[in-house]
Design a protein around this ligand. Structure first.
Ligand SMILES: [Zn+2]
Length: 230
């Protein structure tokens, strides 16, 4: 089940008692800092939980809030407020790092909606070719053989220009596949953001699969780069 993220819980400001939603860092009424929010990263920035976001606006809001949270501003504040400003700063930094990066943003939002993403769900041994995407099984098998050959050759202090050439071509191909995954992910963002529940569930499933494929390809490319660069 997808839970809705758009609803924030109303709470009363500790200082002026006026109600506001619990995801804001400062009271909209009296401007006093609030205890760490109960909301998600998007709401900390006053944004909707979407995958297409205005990253310039995100950056501006990050700097604006960081200035408001600066320790100098709390030099004469109560102990509680000092503590909250530190906690809010940590939250703001985490939120900004996560949301400005398209992949981390996608993973974060999908996880918020209950998706299981990451190494812990996909298995850790990246050399296990049985986990290779089905359409790439043969190529991955071939590539791993060549990587092994290349490592052996290096160990013996030999150079194998033909093998090097063939690995460089494989790298180009897998780079292209990675690029393709990113394009497909972005296409799913639009479906997600449109907000139709049924379509969203479909998009979520597709994105989880794309992220798994992407992780697999990235690990493979890291191996290729390491071997070529060794
Ligand atoms: Zn207030």
């Amino acid at each position: 089940m997808l839970k809705t993220l758009e609803s924030a819980v109303p709470v009363a400001c500790w200082s002026c008692s006026v109600a506001h939603n619990d995801s804001t860092l400062f009271c909209p009424h009296c401007s006093k800092i609030q205890p760490p929010t109960g909301g998600d990263y998007f709401s900390a920035f006053g944004m909707k939980p979407h995958l297409n976001i205005d990253t310039d606006a995100l950056e501006r809001e990050f700097h604006r809030l960081s200035r408001r949270l600066h320790p100098d501003r709390f030099a004469r504040a109560s102990e509680n407020e000092k503590e909250w400003s530190l906690a809010d700063t940590a939250l703001l930094n985490d939120a900004y790092r996560t949301l400005k990066d398209p992949l981390r943003r996608t993973e974060y939002l999908l996880k918020l909606n209950g998706a299981e993403i990451g190494e812990e769900h996909a298995g850790k041994d990246r050399k296990d070719t049985s986990r290779a995407p089905a359409d790439l099984l043969e190529e991955v098998f071939e590539l791993n053989m060549q990587l092994e050959e290349m490592r052996m050759a290096r160990k013996m202090g030999e150079d194998d220009p033909a093998l090097h050439q063939s690995l460089t071509e494989a790298k180009k191909k897998f780079d292209g596949l990675l690029e393709e995954v990113d394009q497909n992910l972005r296409a799913q963002w639009n479906t997600w953001d449109a907000g139709d529940e049924a379509a969203r569930q479909g998009a979520q499933k597709t994105m989880v699969a794309l992220l798994d494929r992407r992780r697999y390809l990235s690990n493979l490319l890291r191996d290729v780069n390491e071997t070529l660069g060794a």
